[in-house]
Design a protein around this ligand. Structure first.
Ligand SMILES: Cc1cc2nc3c(=O)[nH]c(=O)nc-3n(C[C@H](O)[C@H](O)[C@H](O)COP(=O)(O)OP(=O)(O)OC[C@H]3O[C@@H](n4cnc5c(N)ncnc54)[C@H](O)[C@@H]3O)c2cc1C
Length: 383
C-alpha cells in the first residue's frame, strides 16, 4: 500500500483523512481479510472501526454529518479500504449507495432523519434496485408501490442486495405508474423492522464472501414520508447514484490491483530461478510493466471521473469508462500477479487467489462491462 500514488490537488484535510484510513486499513482490516473470506463472515467489527474514524459518512457534505472531503479523497479512501479488505469495501460502498440516494433524491426532512445517523454508522444502509428478472435493465422491474390512505404498500422481491439483512434501512425502487416506463419508478425507504420484510440467508458467492448479499421480499406498509423525492423520480435518482457508485467500484479495483502488483514486485525480487531472481527475466519484467501501465491508466480514468464528480455535473460517461477499464484491468493484473507466483499463487495461504475471486464481480455489479460499453456508446452516438 505504500506504493499507492496520490492525485494532485488534495487539501490538508483530504490528506489527513486518507492517511488515517490507510493506517486503519493496514492495521485493522488487512490482518483479518483472509479470515473474513475463509469464514464468509460479515465484517461488522471492521465497519465499526471505520465508523469510529468517520468513514461511513465520507461521501456526505458537512451539512449532513460528513467531513466534506473532495471526490478525489473519497476515491483514495475507498481504494485504501479495498486494499485492506475488499469485502469490507463492498459493504461500505453499498452503504454509500443508500445514503447517496437519500442525499441526491430525498428532501431535507428525510436527509435530516437519516444522514447524520448514517454518517456515524449508527445506522447502516442497503440499496435495492436489482430483481430476479431485472438486473442490467432495471426498467424490467416488477416491484410495486401502491398508494394507501397513510402512505404506500410496497410489494415484490429484490435480489442480490448487499447488506440487505444487516442494514437498518433499505432504499427500494418500485413502480408507482406502470404506464410510464422509467418515469413510473419511485424510490422509498423501508426500515429493517417493517412487518412484511423478509430476508433470505446470504448467497454463497465466489468472492467478496464477507460482503453479504441477500434476497429481500417486501409486503410492507410504509408511511408517505418514506418516499424519496417525487413519484416518478426514482430511476433518475438511481442512475445518478450509480454514477457515484461506479467511481467507487473503480476505486476498489485500484486498491485490490495495487495490492496484487505490490505482492508480485515483492515476490520477483526474492524468488530464485536458475540462479537468479525472477525479476531478472525479461518475460517477467514485461508482465510487470504491463500491469503497472494498466493500473496507471485505470487510476487516471478514475481520477478523471472523480474530478468531474467534484464539479457537480453529470459524468455518466466518465464513470462508465473508469469502471469498465478499472474492472477489466484489475482482473488482468491480479491474474498476472497470481501467474508470477506460480503454484504459490494458487494456494490460499497467499492473498492472490482471493484478489482474483474478489475482483470478478467488479465486471458485473453496478452495471456489467457490457452495460458500461452501452452507456459509453450511447454518449458517443448522441453527443
Ligand atoms: C455480490 C453482488 C452484490 C450485489 N449488490 C447489489 C446491491 O447492493 N444492490 C442491487 O440493486 N444489486 C446488486 N447486485 C446485482 C448486480 O448489480 C446485478 O447482478 C448486475 O446488474 C447484473 O444483473 P443480472 O445479474 O440480472 O444479469 P443480467 O442482467 O441477466 O445479465 C446477464 C448477462 O447479459 C449481459 N447483458 C445485459 N444486457 C446486455 C446488452 N444490452 N447487451 C449485451 N449484453 C448484455 C450482461 O452483461 C451479463 O453478462 C449485486 C450482485 C452481486 C453478485
Amino acid at each position: 500500500m505504500n506504493n499507492t500514488p496520490l492525485p494532485a490537488g488534495l487539501n490538508e484535510m483530504d490528506l489527513a483523512a486518507i492517511e488515517t484510513v490507510r493506517r486503519v486499513a493496514e492495521k485493522i482490516l488487512a490482518p483479518e481479510a483472509a479470515t473474513v473470506d475463509e469464514t464468509s463472515s460479515f465484517p461488522a467489527a471492521q465497519l465499526h472501526a471505520l465508523a469510529e474514524i468517520g468513514v461511513l459518512g465520507i461521501n456526505l457534505p458537512e451539512q449532513w454529518g460528513g467531513p466534506g472531503l473532495s471526490a478525489l479523497a473519497l476515491s483514495a479512501c475507498v481504494e485504501a479500504v479495498a486494499a485492506g479488505c475488499a469485502s469490507t469495501a463492498s459493504a461500505l460502498t453499498a452503504h454509500f449507495l443508500a445514503t447517496d440516494a437519500i442525499l441526491l433524491g430525498g428532501d431535507d426532512a428525510l436527509r435530516a432523519r437519516i444522514l447524520p445517523k448514517a454518517s456515524t454508522g449508527e445506522v447502516l444502509g442497503a440499496f435495492a434496485l436489482t430483481e430476479p428478472r431485472a438486473g442490467s435493465n432495471p426498467v424490467d422491474m416488477r416491484c410495486t408501490a401502491r398508494k394507501t390512505d397513510s402512505g404506500y404498500h410496497v410489494s415484490g422481491v429484490k435480489h442480490f442486495i448487499s447488506n440487505g439483512a444487516v442494514a437498518d434501512f433499505i432504499v427500494v425502487f418500485a413502480i408507482t405508474d406502470a404506464s410510464a416506463g422509467h418515469k413510473g419508478i419511485s424510490a422509498f425507504l423501508v426500515e429493517q423492522n417493517t412487518p412484511g420484510l423478509i430476508a433470505s440467508q446470504p448467497e454463497r458467492t465466489m468472492g467478496l464472501r464477507g460482503g453479504h448479499v441477500f434476497e429481500l421480499s417486501f409486503d410492507c406498509e410504509i408511511p408517505a414520508e418514506n418516499r424519496i423525492g417525487q413519484e416518478g423520480s426514482g430511476f433518475r435518482t438511481a442512475m445518478k447514484v450509480l454514477d457515484n457508485g461506479r467511481v467507487e467500484v473503480a476505486s476498489m479495483c485500484l486498491g485490490i490491483a495495487q495490492s496484487a502488483l505490490d505482492a508480485a514486485l515483492g515476490w520477483v525480487k526474492q524468488r530464485m530461478i536458475g540462479g537468479q531472481p525472477l525479476a531478472g527475466y525479461q518475460g517477467i519484467q514485461w508482465m510487470l510493466a504491463d500491469m503497472a501501465t494498466q493500473l496507471r491508466a485505470a487510476r487516471l480514468l478514475t481520477e478523471d471521473a472523480a474530478a468531474k464528480r467534484a464539479q457537480g455535473i453529470r459524468f455518466s460517461q466518465e464513470a462508465s469508462m473508469a469502471k469498465l477499464f478499472a474492472a477489466e484491468a484489475a482482473g488482468r493484473i491480479a491474474d498476472t500477479a497470481l501467474q508470477i507466483h506460480g503454484g504459490y499463487g494458487f494456494v490460499r495461504d497467499l492473498p492472490l487467489e482471493r484478489h482474483v475471486r474478489d475482483l470478478r464481480i467488479m465486471r458485473i455489479y453496478e452495471g456489467s462491462s457490457e452495460v458500461q460499453r452501452t452507456i459509453i456508446a450511447r454518449h458517443l452516438i448522441n453527443q
